[in-house]
Design a protein around this ligand. Structure first.
Ligand code: UDP
Length: 242
């Protein structure tokens, strides 16, 4: 969030032409990687993310095993070429934090107790970023977990809301994120309205927060339908191509 100001809303429209409660275009492809147990390519506007899932498989090193349930490992990585100013390769504080909160967003739906002593590994690679990459990653990971056949209670869906030029809007792009007043990523189990991630950068008034959360939840429900449709499409194809 920059101090400098630019006009983000003109004539009641956002710079991209989107309405205040409009998501960016979404594209979901399931099972795109041959060597992963499950995978998903997820586009959210100009964000492009790929998720690969391996497991459940025996956890190594063994002292990290949990005798009662599987351990979920989540690695979010932003490719150096995914942003305007080349990002230094490798983990940093931001990617570690995003990995942790994303894992926590998915943990509640995974039936981990069915696979004691194992690891379920989730790798998210952001190939192109335009704000909202953690939400795109969670959406991709959730579908990839289902594609891997990991028993889950449900999918998790995620999107951010934010505040730009005093208005609460859905799904900020990078310009809106940079020059806006607040950014609040949310993840939820759409069918039960269970929030599994909620972060906030910037400030919102109580009523803005409440309205934003409502808008984010509606956005998550739309994404949930698209995630489901992508899975149904893949698994209803005869022969499954492989
Ligand atoms: N960003 C960047 N370089 C970085 C980190 C982030 O250019 O090292 C950009 C990128 O477009 C990213 C956006 O800033 O999507 C917002 O980043 P944030 O940390 O809010 O996470 P995100 O919204 O991607 O989940």
């Amino acid at each position: 969030m920059k101090e400098e100001k630019i006009e983000l809303i003109k004539d009641g429209k956002r710079l991209s032409g989107r309405g205040f409660e409009e998501l960016r275009p979404i594209k979901i492809d399931v099972g795109v990687l041959k060597r992963a147990d499950g995978s998903c390519y997820f586009e959210l506007g100009n964000n492009k993310a790929l998720a690969a899932v391996y497991g459940p498989r025996e956890m190594h090193p063994r002292h990290f095993q949990n005798a009662k349930m599987a351990v979920v490992k989540y690695r979010y990585n932003m490719a150096p070429f995914s942003v305007d100013d080349r990002k230094r390769p490798g983990p940093d504080r931001r990617s570690q934090e995003i990995s942790m909160v994303s894992r926590k967003a998915l943990d509640p739906v995974i039936l981990r107790e069915l696979y004691p002593k194992t690891a379920i590994e989730v790798y998210v690679e952001v190939l192109q970023s335009d704000a909202g990459t953690r939400t795109a990653g969670i959406n991709a990971a959730s579908v990839a977990l289902a594609d891997a056949g990991i028993p889950m209670k449900d999918l998790v869906s995620s999107v951010a809301i934010g505040k730009i030029d005093g208005e609460v809007v859905l799904d900020l792009d990078a310009k809106e994120d940079n020059f806006g007043e607040a950014d609040m990523p949310v993840a939820m189990i759409a069918r039960t309205n269970t929030i599994t991630l909620l972060q906030m950068d910037g400030r919102l008034k109580k009523e803005e927060f409440e309205r934003g959360l409502k808008i984010a939840m509606t956005g998550c429900r739309k994404i949930y339908e698209l995630q489901r449709a992508a899975l149904v499409e893949k698994y209803s194809k005869s022969g499954n191509e492989e």
